[in-house]
Design a protein around this ligand. Structure first.
Ligand SMILES: Cc1cc2nc3c(=O)[nH]c(=O)nc-3n(C[C@H](O)[C@H](O)[C@H](O)COP(=O)(O)OP(=O)(O)OC[C@H]3O[C@@H](n4cnc5c(N)ncnc54)[C@H](O)[C@@H]3O)c2cc1C
Length: 472
């Protein structure tokens, strides 16, 4: 499948003969900026910023990833990775090697063991139907189109999280090509340090080619959405905040303030409207208690109510995240508390009158998320009670207006934040201090020390980077 130019592959700053040699070596595609397919291969769900590498290797399998990393090493180039392109990378590659994993889509279900092994290009929507058919559910998140590997290694906050914890807490093994170009099979036993660091450190320690994760004995949940008019935002948020302090661990939920655009693709009642959306995913062994648990929220008179028993395969309808690509800017924080005073502070800066259209999403943490992983990993901040994300689409506002507007929201709610962040919700430009804030300080120190062991040249730096510790 390798692609050649009759006149040789050209890449700025990279020897064309070396690119040709690489193209002969790999089974997948090797592309340079002159190639017609170059733009398609670097495109992803996020359209705000794209990698513009010297060379793209669209890997057909782990051997291609080994070849690409070895090639990058030989030329002193950094390596970026892209699966679905859902995350806005902290550093868009200008040069270097981009490894596109989207063709590595093998899935091996082991229903008896309750596990699944997936290749690096697999998205949750490929796993969910097969798992549910086998009587199981993965620890997937709000959007089924997100990639399994990156979601999981970034923590993985999903529909079943308060019952089972982070997806990163349920990883059995990881296949990874490290900076030395070597494919390693990493487990708790084979390499405990690297296994610890990958689960939370995500893309800082290598290119993951496959991952084996646990599945849970769930096929049906009591879930859906409750939509309220923005006029009752204060009351709904306040009630939700109190409600979250009472619910069992089997109840995972979030609430969002959403400014919907005026587009025909949306159902008429939501078009052009500012609404409050509560998302429910109740996953107990028997679902009978669900209705009673949701009753205090229903009492606030939602104008749309889709909460009912549903197969886990329909879980994507709970949040209804947009499945089409778009340009976003977002900010994130973890909160220690969310009460009437927080609601008041938040509503000062969001709503229909806010200077830029936005989605403000508050996810309820706690439950199993508050416990350490049975096999320790680098996912931190387990004492946080809520995660808050503020997202604005660039199609609807200027970046120069969005950034200050988001900053004002986070400044206003600062008294309730922990200072920490969830890596998976950190998009785009983040400085070293921001990246460090995704970890507990001791864990961050250990991550920098392990980075110095596994990636001393910081080959994997086109990411939310953990730099190698400087010793001596
Ligand atoms: C609409 C939407 C909904 C979301 N919902 C949730 C949610 O419910 N819970 C949650 O926890 N997160 C959620 N996220 C965040 C999401 O989990 C992260 O953005 C995740 O990194 C996306 O992974 P990806 O492979 O799909 O995207 P990509 O952009 O392809 O990858 C993201 C980053 O991961 C790294 N990476 C990708 N593949 C590999 C690999 N094989 N080896 C090493 N590093 C790799 C790359 O450095 C890349 O920059 C959501 C994001 C979006 C856009």
């Amino acid at each position: 499948m390798s692609r050649f130019h009759p006149e040789g592959n050209k890449a700025a700053g990279v020897d064309a003969a070396a690119v040709d040699a690489l193209a002969k070596q790999v089974k997948g595609l090797v592309l340079t900026p002159d190639d017609e397919q170059y733009d398609a291969e670097r495109a992803g769900h996020q359209t705000t910023r794209r990698h513009r590498p010297d060379v793209i290797v669209s890997a057909a399998g782990p051997a291609d990833v080994e070849a690409a990393v070895t090639f990058a090493n030989g030329h002193g180039l950094p390596v970026a990775v892209q699966g679905t392109g859902h995350a806005l990378s902290a550093v868009a590659a200008e040069g270097g090697v981009l490894i596109n994993t989207s063709r590595m889509t093998d899935v091996r279900m082991n229903a008896e063991a309750g596990t699944v092994w997936v290749g690096a290009g697999v998205r949750w929507d490929q796993v969910i139907p097969e798992a549910v058919a086998a009587g199981l559910a993965p620890l997937s998140g709000s959007a089924p189109g997100v990639g399994v590997v990156s979601y999981t290694l970034g923590g993985g906050l999903g529909l079943l999280s308060r019952r089972y914890g982070y997806a990163a807490d349920h990883v059995r093994s990881i296949d990874v090509v490290t900076a030395d170009g070597r494919l390693r099979y990493v487990t708790e036993i084979s390499d405990p340090d690297l296994f610890w660091a990958l689960r939370g450190g995500r893309d800082n320690f290598g290119v993951v080619t496959g991952i084996e994760v646990d599945l849970m004995p769930i096929t049906t949940i009591y879930g859906g959405g409750l939509f309220f008019d923005a006029g009752s935002a204060a009351e709904v948020l306040d009630t939700y905040a109190r409600w979250t302090t009472t619910v069992p661990d089997e109840m995972t939920s979030s609430i969002a303030l959403i400014s919907f655009p005026e587009v025909p693709a949306l159902p008429a009642p939501l078009r052009g409207r500012y609404v409050v959306h509560i998302r429910i995913a109740y996953a107990a062994d028997t679902l009978g208690a669900g209705e009673g648990l949701v009753a205090p929220l229903r009492a606030l008179n939602p104008f749309i109510d889709t909460v009912a028993e549903m197969p886990f395969t329909e879980g994507g309808s709970i949040h209804n995240d947009p499945p089409f690509p778009g340009a976003f800017e977002s900010g994130t924080a973890l909160l220690r508390e969310f009460d009437s005073a927080t609601v008041h502070a938040l509503l000062e800066h969001v709503g229909h009158q806010a200077p830029v259209p936005h989605v403000v999403e508050l996810r309820h943490l706690g439950g199993r998320l508050a416990h350490p992983s049975a096999v320790p990993n680098a996912v931190g901040h387990r004492d946080a009670r809520y995660a808050i994300n503020v997202v604005s689409r660039l199609e609807r506002a200027e970046i120069t207006d969005i950034r200050p507007a988001h900053e004002r929201v986070f400044a206003e709610i600062a008294p309730w934040t922990t200072g920490g962040r969830a890596l998976n919700f950190m998009n785009g430009e983040n400085d070293a201090k921001d990246v460090a804030s995704a970890y507990n300080p001791k864990d961050y120190q250990r991550l920098t020390e392990l980075k110095a062991v596994y990636d001393p040249q910081n080959t994997f730096r086109l990411n939310h980077n953990i730099p190698p510790a400087v010793t001596g």
